[in-house]
Design a protein around this ligand. Structure first.
Ligand SMILES: Cc1cc2nc3c(=O)[nH]c(=O)nc-3n(C[C@H](O)[C@H](O)[C@H](O)COP(=O)(O)OP(=O)(O)OC[C@H]3O[C@@H](n4cnc5c(N)ncnc54)[C@H](O)[C@@H]3O)c2cc1C
Length: 379
């Protein structure tokens, strides 16, 4: 069986590994436009639950990445000079490049050799393949070849974000909110190695325009961001890695396959970074695809519909939660009128999937303190 994979990001490398494990005689060709040691962004964060899912489905990969991860419990909401801890939610994070290197090793172990530095613009390189896996991310060439066949829908959120790193290691995943002379800013920050953190700055359109970011060089807007979050850095600085201001794209596809081509990961869907699940979803798509192939004796005509049928209901729930979270952030300036505890409450309920009673089961200390404060305020 000949399989072509476009993209050697998390989804592509993982797909190659799982397919080779299941079908050692598969002939896999995998291309990536970037060098093997390059990536964008900094760390990726997984919730404890996401890692548990991975361990259930693939203990070998969980064993590979977990020892390299930074772990902590809880989220800190920092607002108006107060830090509110929402306890009970476990997280782990790893550098994106480190994770890709582990995936590269894993693929090499089963005999897959990706071809790097090779941009593919025409799918003719995969002529004769039995299956083509589109793991080529948001701007998928595979999808672009026949967007109507996939029923693609893309739109952009309004807020702007810029993905930086910093050498300051933060204790927990922290959401810091700041009102500035330009308008409203927030930052998602968490450590992904003992001496590095992701620092993802977000602002609304008004703040973006007032600050004049559009017409600035990267070092100019980096200085402004360092100034806004100077208290958080404690002398550390921001690290640039292609850190440009973007709007988050929301991508959905009604049909996940066309002929012998199938979409996985960011080529198929996006999930807002505020729920930190894009990589996990990409890996779970791959697990579902390879399960469908195995269950259908690698008969592509049966496996691709089976993949969509089984995976879509689960994925739709997660992407809906990600979208609710993203929409909460679209109005974060309004939420900042709340006091720190009420803001934390609103944040904890933002996905629309949990009631405050549900939150109390996950984060008992947080809800206990919240109730206590509400009682005191009512007296
Ligand atoms: C700001 C931000 C923060 C995020 N934070 C998190 C997080 O904390 N946790 C998390 O789980 N996820 C996070 N994500 C999402 C995560 O990065 C993606 O969901 C994940 O990388 C998807 O993996 P993928 O393999 O599908 O696609 P990608 O990682 O995009 O990989 C696609 C690969 O295809 C290659 N490629 C594309 N086109 C071509 C071509 N024509 N020819 C050859 N090669 C090509 C690219 O070079 C790339 O290597 C974040 C995303 C953003 C934007």
């Amino acid at each position: 069986m000949r399989i072509g994979i476009l993209g050697a990001g998390p989804a592509g490398l993982y797909a190659a590994t799982l397919i080779k494990r299941a079908k050692p005689d598969a002939d896999i060709q995998i291309f990536d436009q970037s060098p093997a040691d390059a990536t964008w962004g900094f760390g990726v964060v997984f919730s404890k639950r996401a890692l548990e899912f991975l361990r259930e489905g693939d203990p070998e990969t969980a064993d590979l990445i977990e020892p390299k991860m930074e772990t902590w419990d809880g989220i800190t909401i920092s607002h108006k000079g107060e830090k509110v801890k929402v306890d009970g939610i476990g997280f782990s994070a790893i550098g994106r490049l480190e994770m890709l290197k582990l995936f590269q090793q894993q693929a090499a172990k089963v005999g897959v050799k990706p071809i790097y530095d090779m941009r593919i613009d025409s799918l003719s390189v995969f002529d004769g393949a039995d299956l083509v896996i589109a793991a080529d991310g948001l701007n998928s060439v595979v999808r672009a070849e026949a967007p109507q066949s996939y029923g693609e829908k893309t739109y952009f959120l309004h807020n702007r974000f810029c993905w930086y790193g910093t050498t300051k290691p933060f204790e927990t995943l922290t959401q810091t909110f700041k009102e500035t002379e330009y308008g409203f800013f927030n930052v998602h920050h968490y450590r992904f190695s003992p001496n590095q953190s992701t620092f993802l700055v977000e602002c609304d359109e008004v703040a973006f325009r007032n600050a004049g970011f559009e017409n600035m060089l990267e070092e100019e807007y980096r200085k402004i961001c360092e100034g806004i979050f100077v208290e958080e850095f404690e002398g550390h600085a921001l690290i640039n890695n292609n850190s440009i201001w973007r709007r988050f794209p929301v991508l959905e596809n009604a049909r996940w396959y066309h002929k012998n081509r199938v979409l996985v990961g960011d080529a198929l869907h996006t999930a807002h970074y505020s729920i930190g699940s894009g990589t996990r979803l990409a890996m779970e798509d791959v697990i579902a695809l390879v399960d469908a192939l195995k269950e259908n004796d690698f008969d592509v005509t049966k496996a691709l519909p089976a993949y969509q049928e089984k995976r879509q209901p689960v994925l739709t729930k997660l992407t809906a939660a990600a979208l609710s979270s993203a929409l909460w952030y679209e109005n974060f300036g309004e939420h900042m009128a709340l006091d720190p505890w009420e803001l934390a409450r609103s944040y904890a309920l933002r996905s629309g999937r949990l009631s405050i009673e549900d939150v109390a089961k996950i984060s008992p200390r947080f809800v206990e303190q919240l109730n206590l404060r509400e009682k005191e305020a009512a007296l």
